[in-house]
Design a protein around this ligand. Structure first.
Ligand SMILES: CC(C)(COP(=O)(O)OP(=O)(O)OC[C@H]1O[C@@H](n2cnc3c(N)ncnc32)[C@H](O)[C@@H]1OP(=O)(O)O)[C@@H](O)C(=O)NCCC(=O)NCCS
Length: 180
């Protein structure tokens, strides 16, 4: 039995406020860094969202550091739809977006390393990304006790990654509409 149909798409300007609210919930709990509404608006071209037909239930963005390196930032899946493959779909779409824009590698700072590992990311020393340390970590109040791990993916080594623009939850997992 089909429970819900989810759609994955690039974010548009009118999504900004809803994205900001979703991100704020997880930033308040310290799971991700805060992202002010203005910063989301300025970077809206770099965001992917998943909707359930009514509301945005997942999002994620690319934050460029250099012409070759970008971070996966503000990746969030609403608690009500976690562990159904939506986070994976968002990251796959961000990987596709990064490749289309000529980035050669991606990194993320995370406490959920297994999630990134199942997408091909590998653990890497945080010091590999001095740009990140200068931009964010040096201003962070918990920098000395940070429990986040750095993970990275070399895009040049990847074969093409499938990314469905629309998919549906059947039972408790997503299934590609395009495969039907
Ligand atoms: C991390 C997050 C985006 C994962 O999204 P999700 O849609 O629940 O993840 P998926 O269903 O795509 O997970 C795919 C696989 O990743 C791994 N995984 C996902 N969440 C995990 C967790 N909390 N612990 C360990 N492994 C996990 C599992 O192998 C999972 O497969 P399984 O469900 O068959 O075991 C989501 O938990 C989230 O929004 N967390 C809060 C914000 C956050 O930490 N963002 C990441 C910051 S970089």
């Amino acid at each position: 039995m089909i429970d819900r149909v989810f759609s994955l798409r690039p974010a548009i300007a009118s999504d900004v406020i809803v994205i900001a609210r979703l991100v704020e919930v997880y930033a308040r709990d310290g799971e991700i860094l805060p992202r002010p509404e203005g910063a989301i608006r300025e970077s809206i071209m770099n965001w992917i969202v998943v909707t359930d037909g009514v509301r945005i239930v997942a999002c994620g963005s690319l934050l460029p550091y250099t012409s070759k390196l970008a971070e996966i930032r503000s990746l969030v899946v609403d608690d009500s739809v976690k562990r159904k493959g939506l986070g994976t779909m968002v990251v796959r779409a961000l990987i596709t977006m990064a490749r289309q824009n000529g980035f050669e590698s991606l990194f993320a700072l995370t406490r959920i390393v297994p999630f990134f590992e199942q997408l091909g990311f590998t653990r890497i020393d945080k010091a590999t990304f001095p740009q990140k340390i200068w931009r964010d970590c040096c201003q962070c109040p918990i920098q000395k006790n940070c429990d986040e791990q750095a993970v990275a993916l070399q895009l040049s080594k990847l074969n093409s990654i499938p990314c469905q623009p629309a998919f549906q939850i059947q039972g408790d997992r997503y299934e590609s509409i395009q495969n039907k």
